[in-house]
Design a protein around this ligand. Structure first.
Ligand code: GLY
Ligand code: MN
Ligand code: MN
Length: 436
């Protein structure tokens, strides 16, 4: 409660005069009367700690700043069907809001708080229904001019302020991210062991391995996968967003698994690539060691002396030299970089911010257009890779090998901490685990 309250105070003091309205996400129908598992809006949750749907946070700055929650009423009939809901009174006590009301009173009470405010913070353009409702309120207030009531003259986006706060993780958040990372690391280990124990069985399928790590996510206390998992064997690993996960694993294939879980809202995001039979072939090992070396160089560059782009540049430098050494690229390193010919094998960037969203919020550049400096408390992924599709200019022994190695990293005052350290990664660690 303290943590969420202090976030609201921080936002209130940086808003200037005005009112911020932050709704949570709606429930979404999957088909007919089945819903997708509910997921709250990350920024709403960040400021409230409240996980129920149909809720709105109203922050009113000024001499006496106020945090106001609107949520569903208690409903003994609905609670028999759908389970517990707080209701405004209990939510106010439990989450430390100054006031709490029924979501049915939103129009009436929001109008009261919006009257005579110079500014409304609201993320216009994200949801048509909300846009209409807000413009309705503004129009209504404008009709009250002769009663001496004014409507906010300015509508600003609060997300810039909130995103910047979310970028710097507190010890409370770091603890959750460490736990999320540990659950996901255990899940990747379980997937490796499952392959080691079952690869000789005929027709082992990608989804069987998916079932193994999902089991470990839920067993570890995670509420959901943090994103759609990729379980890509052999040539499928060269499809960056492959998620059919329904192919047979063949002896001799590498298996790329990109899967992370969500714990109390916080994502982990791990990729491991390992041989289904527990032993890297020569060509697989050459490329794997290269990706691993590029990742090590990138992680070494995650520190407060560097900007956001430094890890990517380091990874790219190592990959390009490796592509030349292995005969994948055939000109000088400078030329490969300049012409971008490396993109045949490495076509994505080396990471992203990580937090409540797997691709978390926060600017990557400063207002002047420079890459922003890394600072303690930021969390990011480091995920170089190499994807070799069959092509005339490529030695055949590398065809259809796709590799990515992805870890979650926290920037600290004296370097960085790899949160996902428990997911086996070196050739020797993977082979030893799988050949036990
Ligand atoms: N799993 C999403 C990503 O790696 O960016
Ligand atoms: Mn990622
Ligand atoms: Mn990933």
């Amino acid at each position: 409660m303290k943590e969420f309250n202090s976030r609201r105070q921080k936002l209130l003091s940086s808003m200037g005069e005005g009112v911020a309205l932050i709704p949570t996400s709606p429930e979404v129908i999957r088909n007919r009367d089945s819903h997708y598992p509910y997921r709250f809006d990350s920024s709403f949750y960040y400021l409230s700690g409240f996980k129920e749907p149909e809720a709105v946070l109203l922050l009113v700055s000024g001499v006496q700043p106020k945090s106001i929650l609107f949520c569903r009423d208690k409903d003994s009939e609905r609670e028999i069907w759908d389970g517990f809901r707080y209701g405004p009174d209990a939510a106010k006590e439990e989450f430390g809001f100054d006031e709490a009301y029924s979501i049915n009173q939103l129009d009436e009470i929001a109008l009261k708080y919006l009257a005579n405010q110079p500014q409304l913070f609201f993320n216009l353009g994200a949801d048509e229904g909300w846009d209409k409702r807000i413009t309705g309120w503004i129009s209504h207030l404008r009709t009250k001019a002769r009663d001496g009531i004014t409507a906010p003259a300015k509508i600003s986006d609060a997300s810039q302020l909130i995103d910047e706060m979310r970028l710097y993780k507190t010890p409370f958040e770091i603890d959750l991210m460490r736990r999320s990372a540990n659950i996901a690391a255990a899940a990747h280990k379980r997937a490796m062991l499952y392959c080691a124990n079952n690869f000789k069985c005929p027709e082992m399928m990608e989804y069987e391995v998916e079932a193994e790590f999902l089991h470990e996510f839920y067993r570890g206390g995670a509420q959901a996968p943090a994103y759609t998992s990729i379980v890509a064997a052999g040539a499928n690993a060269c499809i960056l967003h492959y998620n059919a996960n329904n192919a047979v694993l063949k002896n001799g294939d590498l298996l790329l698994i990109d899967a992370g879980c969500e714990l109390d809202g916080y994502a982990s995001d791990i990729t491991r690539s390992f041989p289904v039979n527990g032993k890297f072939s020569g060509a697989q090992k050459d490329l794997y060691e290269l990706v691993l070396a590029s990742q090590a160089a990138a992680i070494a560059a995650v520190n407060t002396k560097n900007n956001w782009n430094a890890p990517h540049e380091k990874a790219l430098g190592v990959l390009i030299r490796g592509f030349i050494d292995l005969g994948l690229c055939k000109s000088s390193a400078d030329e490969v970089l300049e012409t971008g010919s490396y993109r045949q094998f490495y076509m994505h960037r080396t990471g992203h911010w990580l937090g409540l969203d797997v691709h978390d919020v926060g600017e990557y550049k400063t207002k002047s257009g420079d890459w922003r400096m890394l600072e303690a408390g930021m969390t990011l992924t480091v995920e170089p890779g190499c994807y070799v599709r069959p092509a005339e200019n490529v030695p055949e022994h590398f065809w259809n090998i796709g590799i990515r190695v992805e870890d979650d990293v926290l920037v600290t005052h004296n370097g960085c901490e790899v949160l996902t350290i428990n997911a086996p990664k070196s050739v020797v660690d993977i082979e030893t685990l799988m050949q036990k």
